[in-house]
Design a protein. Structure first.
Lengths: 152, 649
């Protein structure tokens, strides 16, 4: 067991974890932040994406011990005071989610891109989405939602 | 934890000779069902035909692979000898009976609870019932609740997948293109076991063997074989992609032989707008439609003639560009009796028929409206549509209606056919909501009349029913709740070898334009048009979502996804690295057209529309690839490697 101190959605947690515990399982099982989804555990589907020190990263490809000292934002950390972000609102109005299982990872990845001033084109959005599997929407409404917020 | 324990278990396997190829299985002793059907006189019609086209297609194994895998929590109650299980099950609830029987429990002592919404299913999660049984047994044995969450390897290796199918088609035509006879010889690979409800994939489309065409002489031989691969089960399109790859590829091959435009050949054979309701040779009752109108729309949207001319010019310049189409009838709301067709008429048990759904609407003493569904949604928007329907009928706003979509076999108004499959919600799911809302509205009107106050508020009416039942019309029940069950009409048990396999029939026409990269074999979709007629659209935004999603799965099956086993039966596509699901850059953005020919038989006029382009896209893309390559021996999936090998051949 290893002691870690990690900030998740602005709150500091100190936890003892097994070295082999995945960050995704830590977030879901230990912290109860089940908005982070697990779809493949080998880094392809993108559902588990979180911001790790500002960078969008697969939480299923990280161990919890690697998060010691890190600042993490999960999908639960996007909305402020219960109000959806413009990106989340756009997902709703464009019907950019059906089952919603892939949505947290995509929201986090798009949030990172938006926070860096992009994307500037639909192509860039499509390229971003190459790291995420969605089996419900055919992707077009997701591109539309992100493009609306980005003004792309 | 379970994986740690697994290391303590030693299993010795005695290897047996594996069979992974369906045709090899058909030649050996792995054929478990062999039935032949004939409608009209196919032999005579083929003998008299001016042109007979023979074409073989093969549809590969693939799976819609929801990003969320299976999950089950099971808790055995020793005192009551009952099991409560929570699972992301999607129906059909026929499988509840199968699970209860497997556990040796009366149905009432298997309490199966499904969440209000879960990750996508696309049919695949019907098969979680087997794990409900396994976890139930584990919980009973251990005396503690047991939780199991499937991982991706387990999902790809052992959950469920579409059937594979090899189909030999013989089609007879007159010189002017009239399709006069159609014969299928199908070998269906259901994997390692005939798991319930299989071999339903082979029979779900039985009433639609003739597709959208007027041909009256139709025959089919259906063989079901076992292979050492993952068992098959529900998968979006369920039999449609396999049937239409065979039929629609054959139509294109025939168009080539007859030197007719493929669109024109189809037009000459489509069921006409004034033929409805149209009874097919194999027993389906096509409820409504304007097939030629849909074809016209699709050709216009796609610019069919111009695209074909451009493709011809591009090919002359050395590029491999092709244009293809598919016309498909999209059945929805399956007859629970169709699967008995797998048995000869004399060997069938008690008759099965219909497809029914339940719905409860309650009004609280303060006028709060709650609707309970048993349609197990996974994001299709059942709650949204149910709220719309109830609000509309009761004169309130949709946000005033609370819709509960968690289903519980101990408390919910379910039937054996409940669940989320065969695109049944807009027909029977919403139908049950509409019937319940209508009855509730009638009761409320009667209360208002009895009170002598036609404008009495909802709250006043509800308050009267709860607080002052003495003021209700004589004979009326106290409280204010209605449970209604609605069964789709025209779904009789099979009559001999004929069956109305579905209650509603939409129509889809797709046009695909593709380009094949000569050096890499990569197929790019340059344009995709899909025109859909699913009757009345209950919610256009949700409907479009279903069309986009259905197309994404159809295009994925056509271009990317394939489960592969080696000759020893080892799964080679055991991760998302090897089983390639398309991402955003890989899929076309379709141009979508709608027509609305309401079903005259269903309460809201709405047909299912969740599976249409999943059925049509593999055929449309295959036709486009065949056109691009100028050859007929093309079978999906058109992955770069497979197409490159074809180019080298």
């Amino acid at each position: 067991m290893t002691e870690i101190a990690v900030t998740v959605n602005g709150r500091l947690y100190r936890e003892a974890v097994e070295d082999r515990l995945l960050l995704s399982d830590f977030l879901r099982g230990r912290l109860g932040l089940t908005g982070t989804h697990v779809g493949c555990e080998h880094g392809v589907c993108g559902a588990c994406t979180v911001r790790f020190d500002g960078v969008a990263a697969r939480s299923c490809l990280l161990f919890a011990v690697q998060a010691d000292g890190a600042e993490i934002v999960t999908v639960e950390g996007l909305a402020r005071n219960g109000a959806l972000t413009p990106l989340q609102e756009a997902f709703r109005s464009h019907h950019a989610l059906q089952c919603g299982f892939c949505t947290p990872g995509i929201l986090i990845a798009a949030d990172e891109l938006l926070s860096r001033g992009g994307p500037t084109s639909r192509e860039e959005i499509v390229d971003l989405l190459s790291g995420h599997l969605c089996r419900c929407t055919g992707y077009t409404p997701i591109v539309d939602a992100i493009a609306e917020v980005a003004g792309a | 934890m379970a994986e740690d324990a697994l290391e303590l278990v030693d299993v010795e396997y005695e290897p047996l000779e594996p069979v992974v190829d369906l045709l090899a299985a058909a030649e050996g002793d792995a054929c478990v069902s062999d039935r032949s059907f004939a409608y009209g006189d196919v032999d005579a019609a083929l003998a008299a035909a001016d042109v007979v086209v023979r074409h073989r297609v093969r549809f590969h194994r693939w799976s819609c692979t929801p990003v969320e895998c299976y999950g089950v929590v099971a808790q055995w109650n020793e005192a009551e000898e009952s099991l409560t299980a929570w699972a992301n099950f999607q129906g059909p609830f026929t499988l509840h009976s199968v699970a209860a029987a497997a556990l040796g429990l009366p149905g009432a002592r298997l309490r199966l609870v499904t969440p209000p919404d879960s990750g996508g299913s696309f049919g695949i999660k019907s098969a979680v019932f087997a794990y409900v049984v396994l976890m139930g047994l584990a919980s009973r044995k251990l005396g503690v609740p047991v939780r199991w969450i499937e991982d991706r390897l387990e999902h790809l290796a052992g959950s469920s997948a579409a059937t594979g199918r090899s189909t030999q088609v013989e089609a007879g035509f007159t010189t002017d293109g009239e399709l006069v006879a159609l014969r299928y010889d199908a070998v269906e690979d259901v994997g390692a076991y005939v798991r319930a409800p299989e071999p339903a994939t082979l029979y779900r489309m039985h009433g639609s063997l003739s597709g959208g065409y007027r041909v009256r002489n139709v025959a089919a031989r259906n063989r079901v074989v076992l292979t050492n691969t993952v068992p098959s089960g529900l998968n979006r399109g369920f039999g449609g992609p396999q049937l239409y790859l065979a039929l629609e590829r054959t139509m294109d091959v025939a168009a080539g032989r007859l030197e007719l435009d493929p669109a024109e050949l189809r037009r000459r054979n489509l069921v006409r707008a004034d033929d409805f309701p149209y009874e097919t040779p194999s027993g389906a009752l096509y409820d409504s439609g304007d097939y030629e109108g849909c074809l016209d729309d699709a050709l216009a949207h796609a610019g069919w003639d111009a695209r074909r001319a451009e493709a011809t010019a591009a090919r002359a310049g050395g590029r491999l560009v092709g244009v293809g189409m598919a016309c498909v009838v999209e059945p929805s709301i399956s007859n629970m009796g169709y699967i008995t067709l797998a048995e000869p008429s004399a060997e069938r048990g008690l008759p099965k028929s219909g497809n029914a759904e339940g719905c409860t609407i309650t009004v609280s003493p303060l006028g709060g409206i709650t609707v309970t569904l048993t349609t197990t949604p996974q994001g299709q928007g059942h709650r949204t549509v149910a709220a719309q329907i109830v609000a509309d009928r009761l004169g309130v706003e949709p946000q005033d209606v609370t819709v509960l979509s968690e289903s519980d076999t101990s408390t919910s108004p379910w039937t054996v056919s409940s669940g989320n499959y065969s695109s049944r919600f807009s027909g029977v799911g919403a139908g049950a909501v509409a019937v319940a809302a209508e009855r509730l509205a009638e009761r409320m009107a009667a209360i208002r009349e009895h009170l002598g106050d036609p404008d009495a508020s909802l709250r006043r009416v509800a308050g009267t029913a709860h607080w002052n039942p003495e003021s209700l019309p004589p004979g009326m029940d106290a409280g204010l709740a209605v449970t209604a069950y609605y069964a789709a009409p025209n779904l009789l048990p099979p009559d001999g070898d004929r069956v109305a396999s579905s209650a509603a029939h939409g129509f889809v026409v797709d046009v695909a334009v593709v380009e094949v990269d000569r050096d890499t074999g990569r197929v790019s979709v340059l344009d995709y048009v899909t025109v859909h007629d699913a009757g009345r659209l209950l919610n256009p935004l949700l409907a479009e979502g279903q069309v986009r999603g259905g197309l994404a799965h159809g295009a994925a099956a056509a271009l990317f996804e394939r489960l592969v086993w080696d000759d020893d039966g080892n799964l080679l596509t055991a991760s998302f690295m090897d089983y390639s699901c398309p991402t955003a850059p890989d899929l076309p953005t379709p141009r979508i057209g709608h027509r609305e020919s309401p079903s005259p038989f269903l309460p809201l006029g709405a047909k299912g529309l969740g599976e249409g382009p999943t059925m049509s896209a593999p055929a449309a893309i295959a036709n486009a690839v065949a056109d691009a390559l100028g050859r007929d021996d093309v079978d999906p999936p058109f992955t770069p490697g497979r197409v490159w090998e074809l180019l080298e051949r």
